[in-house]
Write a protein that binds this ligand. Structure first.
Ligand SMILES: [Zn+2]
Ligand SMILES: [Zn+2]
Length: 208
């Protein structure tokens, strides 16, 4: 399945704007053709060349990247830790995106959709912590576990175990919305027929 729309976390290396869509190769389905008309995806045709770009900027038309490139946030996280992106992925997995929390001196990231585990970098340590709420992200940082850069590089298994434990506990609280059929965190439900807040507003006219 192709994902439409602006690709989160892919900032154009030419103009610095986060407004890129995916480039799709091969014969488009009717649905894809429609998405392309709306500018939500770019069609590259049926002839596949080597080294074809995965993203195209809607601002300046620059094309770049491959689908498994790390996002800008993932690169920033690795830079903050002073390690490579692959070191981060080996220890704590991928999909990290920056969140703004009122926590002086610590940069926080979360991973998972909805957010399943949080990672804070600051004061020379890395802290893995449970996510307490997804919408306006809240982190249970007092339940977090701290690690050093050496732990990440030499004992990635310790971090992996902690991240996995927090993520599993969080996933157990997820429920599926009967309207959009996507998983949501418990605080994302409206209390109306068990549908998510988004669907309650969009399809059922319920204002939170
Ligand atoms: Zn651009
Ligand atoms: Zn829903």
């Amino acid at each position: 399945m192709v994902e439409y729309g602006v690709v989160r976390g892919q900032v154009c290396p030419e103009c610095g704007v986060e407004d890129a869509v995916r480039v799709v190769h091969g014969m488009p389905t009717a649905e894809l053709a429609l998405a392309a008309e709306r500018g939500l995806v770019a069609l590259a045709g049926c002839i596949v060349f080597e080294d074809q770009a995965a993203f195209v900027c809607r601002g300046c038309s620059h094309e770049w990247g491959s689908h498994d490139d790390p996002t800008t946030d993932e690169r920033e996280l690795a830079d903050l830790l002073g390690v490579g992106v692959e070191d981060v992925v080996r220890a704590v997995g991928a999909g990290w995106r920056r969140v703004s929390l009122d926590d002086a001196g610590v940069d926080w990231f979360v991973s998972g959709e909805p957010a399943q585990v949080a990672l804070g970098v600051g004061l020379g340590t890395l802290t893995l912590a449970p996510v307490a709420a997804a919408g306006d992200v809240e982190v249970a940082w007092d339940q977090g576990r701290s690690f050093s850069r050496d732990d990440l590089l030499c004992s990635p298994g310790w971090l992996a175990a902690a991240a996995d434990e927090f993520a599993r506990a969080r996933r157990r609280s997820f429920r599926w919305c009967p309207t959009c059929r996507r998983p949501h965190a418990p605080e994302d439900f409206s209390g109306y027929r068990g549908v998510c807040n988004d669907c309650a507003g969009r399809h059922h006219g319920i204002d939170r």
